[in-house]
Design a protein around this ligand. Sequence first.
Ligand code: CS2
Length: 494
Amino acid sequence: MATLSLSTYDTLASEHRSPVDPRELTLGVVHLGVGGFNRGHQLSYLERAAAASGDRHFGVSAYSERSADASDVLAAQDGLYSLRVATGEHSSITVIASLREAHFAQRENDLLIEQLSDPAVRLVTLTVTEKGYHHDPATRRLRRDDKDVLADAGGAPPATVLGQLVRGLEARRRRDAGPITIASCDNLPSNGAVLAGLISEFLELPGRFDAGLADYIDTQVFFPCSMVDRIVPAATDQHRRLVSEVLGVEDRAPVLTEPFTQWVLERRLGPGLPDLAGVGVELVGDVAPYETLKLRALNGTHSAIAYLGLLAGYEEIAAALQSEAIARFSRAFIDEEVEPTLALPVGLDFARYRDEVLERFANPLLGYRTLQVAGDGSQKLPQRVLGTVAERLAAGVLPRRSVLVLAAYLQAITEGHDENNRPFSVSDPLAGTIRERLGGTSTPSERAERFLSVRELFGDELGGDERLRGLLAESIASLQSAPVLAVLAQLDRQ
Ligand code: CS2
């Protein structure tokens, strides 16, 4: 079978072609982190903006950060890939036009710096995952001892996004290429402000930077915060086969997603951007209420289902939610523990939001794996669960469900198997540290104490909280002594 590329594009049935001819798009956007999420979310908005406005200046050059795998496959397809929106029998499959170039950042550093300094480029977007920011999850400050960060500051070919952006901005300033907007689209609270803060901390490291760069960044570079929402599971071979059959050409980089999509973007934007508001992006003065809601109610519940489901032996989120105990737990977690901590966006119907989130998770067509959501918990849990824990404790209430999620996370990364002894391996940058810290400890209260001593994760305040320590020890003990679903049922009776 021929491969999807510009040379086979015209053979596609018109229903599978983009409303925009990919050959007409010129470079206007650089993206860092070309995973499924970016392709299922931002690139689809950019394509619709091009279609709606007729403006062809926002083609995207995207870079993969950690390995060349994704960018090589996309480059071989001339940036083309299909997006399947799973709505039951009538899934639509269309090729997205926006991605015009794909590169591996570490192999093509010079090109990246050149494109970041191109006057035609007015927008940079990032989806590099939580750990891509090289910060401490608890404090959101730069990890000043990170060896890649230090090498980048010293002038090595940049391997971190911070180094890449700073070198690109230096070149942009020298070239007088005009203001630029850098939009973080990762699931971090205040993502834009955090990125701006990390860049300014990076510039304080011992290293070689153009004098005056910090002032230039202050006046010429815009870092809006954003909340992005769409469930985009990792691609499977089965999906690749199905899509290739429908298209009649082989697509080795297809993306599957759900109908729901949302992008709330802070109105802190530089000039010359595509008309995103025209295609449904909500431009607001303050993203915080949207992002706290999403991170705690949606992502927090996702992580909860992932760890509890994984331990109970469920491979997929939707399957785990079919368990009545997990479904009941999720509702109660959102209603009783998360909701009281939220300042809701004006006009939001919370009960409806919660039902919609749980319905989206239950979509069996997505096949979203518990193991995927469980990955990198140390980078995710602070904003997803620990904020809720801290605020409930401050209000004098013991957040039993949230703390059970922490115990389930601990069990998942230290035990590495479910309750039927089936092994799994959760990938997490702090897993080694946590396992080491726990060493040969055996009693639940020792385990709780050692776990809380991982200050990169808990910070000083929560890490030293006695009530949290007691509750965590109880949760660890209950998971050690009964099957997960029985523990959940027991919680309901308390
Ligand atoms: C998920 C998110 O994998 C995960 O950690 O919780 O990717 C989630 O699907 C998205 O944030 C939904 O917008």
